[in-house]
Design a protein around this ligand. Sequence first.
Ligand SMILES: [Zn+2]
Length: 196
Amino acid sequence: MPESFSKQSPVLEAFIMSILKVARLGHPVLRKVTANLAQRELQSAAMQKFIDDMIETMKEYDGVGLAADQVHESKQLAVLEVANNPRYPNKPDVPLTVLVNPKVTPLSDVLEEDWEGCLSIPDLRGKVPRYTSVRVQAWDRNGQELDYVATGFHARVIQHEFDHLNGKLYVDRMRDLTTLSFLQEFARYWLPARDE
Ligand SMILES: [Zn+2]
């Protein structure tokens, strides 16, 4: 658990949400394969609080997803949500989802390239090929089974987060680095052609 958690009193900790520190590219925690979560650990008050903090942190930084290892907890846990996101305008909404111990299986061989960013690689964007359709099997935050198909941008976000849990970052998936751009240059040189 984050340090701040243990310092809070039991009365306060149920009410105070925390913005967690995000690990950046180069931090070894981002390169480790994360550990499975057991039901008992998932159901604990501390883990449920941590999930709330992850959601709060994702929203604070306008992320569309966040993996636990991005906030220094090497566990098979990710959160995602797309809703009027200023970092990813004009993308279809994805409801708030908590994925625990996810398994992600491509449902076709079709790969589509689109722009991705990452809270752990600030200020950069790059074009990343992803499967257009995936099957997701996971637990939700209550340990209930999830089994569904995601397509398009939703599938992209899931593959990005699933990669995090396996120590991979989007730059590893790029075919080459020629599109890797700072946000200012992305807006100036690439954005008008976004929907080409
Ligand atoms: Zn990321």
